[in-house]
Design a protein around this ligand. Structure first.
Ligand code: MN
Length: 224
């Protein structure tokens, strides 16, 4: 389970984001969130070993194989996060509107996904609503958090100056809403009450330290 950092950064009493109780192993989920945080970016996520490996891509994907987009790896997210669309409240980590910009499945082209991920060289087929075909993620060796995301040549490739997919595709792949529409309706989204079971388990784990003052401090950061 690699969700410790994800959990530490968030206050689940007041963010609508999912806690993500357990790793889910059902399919190779692929999601791109468009995230209007302190800086607009696209969060590229691939399900690996029951969590969503995640990269913040400032400029988003390009269909042009010549255009390699910086993808900064961020903390693993729970698979349930793939279904999240809404607004993270002010004062919270990542405050801002989150859209499911694209979603579908990914099909690894590497024999051993774990090995390919560890070596920082992933080749995969995307079957999304907006992105299709072959893509690549390559780690920049000198800066372990920085990767490059880019399209490989196939029938879905297009020159960026002819077609910029981030400029053309402005609506949610899930709800068909625009960013403004998601932001406007966000306050109506209510999260189901936390299960008492989980609360008790969390309190037990955290011990006496899990008092309110600490929880309040955690909410001050708001970057990605
Ligand atoms: Mn983000």
């Amino acid at each position: 389970m690699t969700l410790n950092i994800y959990h530490k950064k968030r206050n689940f009493k007041s963010t609508p984001e999912p806690y993500g109780d357990k790793p889910v192993k059902h399919q190779n989920l692929y999601v791109i969130h468009k995230h209007d945080a302190s800086h607009l970016h696209y969060d590229f996520r691939l399900q690996v070993n029951g969590v969503l490996k995640s990269w913040a891509v400032p400029k988003g994907p390009s269909l042009d194989p010549q255009v390699k987009r910086l993808a900064v790896q961020v903390e693993d997210h729970p698979v349930e996060y793939g279904a999240f669309e809404g607004t993270i409240p002010q004062g919270h980590y990542g405050a801002g509107t989150v859209m499911i910009w694209d979603a579908g499945t990914w099909i690894p082209q590497d024999q051993n996904i774990e090995q390919a991920y560890q070596s920082g060289n992933l080749t995969f087929l995307i079957k999304g609503k907006k992105l299709h075909g072959l893509w690549k993620l390559i780690r920049i060796k000198s800066t372990p958090k920085n990767w490059l995301l880019f399209k490989l040549e196939d029938t879905y490739a297009k020159p960026e100056d002819e077609y910029s997919i981030t400029e053309k595709e402005l609506r949610s792949a899930s709800s068909d809403k625009s960013m403004d529409e998601i932001a406007a309706t966000a306050h109506k989204v209510t999260k189901p009450a936390a299960k008492p079971k989980r609360k008790a388990a969390a309190a037990k784990k955290a011990g006496p330290k899990a008092k309110k003052p600490n929880a309040a401090k955690k909410t001050k950061k708001s970057k990605k």
